[in-house]
Design a protein around this ligand. Structure first.
Ligand code: PMP
Length: 398
């Protein structure tokens, strides 16, 4: 490694908190499907910033919108409307079928906003009900409340006390969910495809059942589409695969295509916050709004959602080819949010070995490889990915 890279690595290791297992490289630049480190090594990126860089790296649409907005107005105050905010909220509501938006920066904050809105609904309309049913193996973020909503057992003793009011039920078990509903329930919150949990889809029957339970008791259905939203699954929103509408929809990751942006959307009848109930210095901030607006226009204009569907099917077919020859099992997912299983313990090794060969794939656990490339991915990239992955896997098995 060059002196420059060695210095950067020293400084990073000394001063960056150890919150992730990071390899000894420093990312320097990106373009399209490629990332480049400070040594000039190129990486074909099938992690896509963890389902964030939907338009690829440093896309012109985002760069130009940010530059233009930065030259016009960077920040006014959350106490004023601004131009891109009004335009973005209108467009986002029109494509999602929702009525009202609240903007934040991270997925966890969007979900916090959803939980607060559901609790206020409970306080006003359900005799103070505050409990929210979520799914085992789900993921909703790392703030204290979202850790409690996520319910990973190993977090509990480390960050106690947890925030009260979250119940966890098994995925796709409608009877269990029905049994968990009490007078104290105000909402059910689910991902449509559990992303961090290893790419597990909720069944259509289950989702219909959840909608029915919510309608029956007047409790709110919250879809956390932080990972599945904005074209990722081959529909603009994953709920559009089923024709079921949520009462609250949360978005993050791909909504800013790399700019930190998230949103909570709801229906007119749940416009329940009063000034001061929810907010934040950067809510609806002009740079973020300009970014979101440009990204959504680009997604729609280039029909990248349809492309995610087509390329996702092609990627799946290439994985099925690999599975004929290699221990690749249980290929699953929708659009460009795909995963498969490999023999126990091999996933992190495969991910590291692929990186050494210039390919980035994600291992969310010891047996799962997850793929979530940019929605601009083309057949040529997929062919190359499959070729590198196959070669690396054969080597590891030798
Ligand atoms: N919800 C889901 C479904 C997610 O996948 C994530 C991030 N992996 C989050 C919420 C949290 O988002 P953030 O890290 O931006 O807070």
């Amino acid at each position: 490694a060059s002196n420059r890279t060695a210095e950067l690595l020293n400084a990073a290791k000394k001063h960056i908190l150890f919150t992730a297992n990071r390899p000894d490289i420093v990312m320097a630049s990106g373009e399209g499907m490629m990332l480049y480190d400070t040594e000039g090594q190129a990486y074909l990126d099938f992690i896509g910033g963890w389902a964030v860089n939907s338009l690829g790296h440093s896309p012109a649409a985002l760069r130009d919108a940010l530059a233009k907005q930065a030259a016009t107005l960077v920040h006014a105050s959350p106490g004023f409307y601004n131009e891109p905010q009004a335009e973005f909220a209108e467009l986002l509501c029109s494509v999602s079928g929702m009525d009202k938006a609240f903007f934040t920066s991270t997925g966890a904050e969007a979900n916090e906003s959803a939980v607060k809105l559901a609790r206020k609904h409970g306080a006003l309309h359900l005799d103070g009900a505050y409990e929210i049913i979520t799914l085992k193996n789900g993921f909703h973020g790392r703030t204290l409340a979202m850790m409690s909503a996520t319910g990973k057992a190993h977090w509990e003793p480390l960050f106690a006390p947890k925030v009260n009011g979250f119940m966890h039920v098994p995925i796709n078990d409608l009877d269990a969910c029905f049994a968990a509903v009490t007078n104290n329930t105000c909402a059910i919150m689910v991902e449509l495809v559990q992303g961090e949990g290893g790419v597990h889809e909720l069944s259509e029957a289950y989702l219909y059942g959840l909608r029915k339970i919510c309608d029956m008791y007047g409790i709110l259905l919250i879809f956390d589409e932080v990972q599945t939203g904005l074209g990722r699954t081959g529909k603009l929103f994953a709920f559009q695969h089923y024709g079921i509408q949520p009462d609250i929809l949360t978005l993050g990751k791909g909504i800013g295509a790399g700019f930190p942006l998230s949103a909570m959307l709801t229906k007119e009848k749940y416009d329940l916050f009063q000034p001061g109930d929810q907010g934040g210095t950067y809510t609806g901030q002009p740079l973020g709004m300009a970014a979101g607006l440009a990204v959504l226009r680009e997604l729609l204009g280039r029909d990248l959602t349809a492309s995610a569907d087509v390329q996702g099917r092609y990627l799946k077919s290439k994985l099925e080819e690999l599975a004929e020859e290699l221990p690749v099992a249980n290929i699953r997912g929708k659009g460009l949010l795909l995963a498969f299983d490999v023999p126990e313990g091999l996933a992190p090794k495969l991910s590291a070995a692929c990186m050494a060969e210039g390919l980035l794939v994600n291992a969310p656990n010891a047996t799962t490889i997850r793929l979530m490339p940019a929605l601009i991915v083309e057949q040529g990239h997929i062919d190359e990915m499959a070729a590198i992955f196959g070669r690396v896997f054969r080597n590891i098995l030798k």
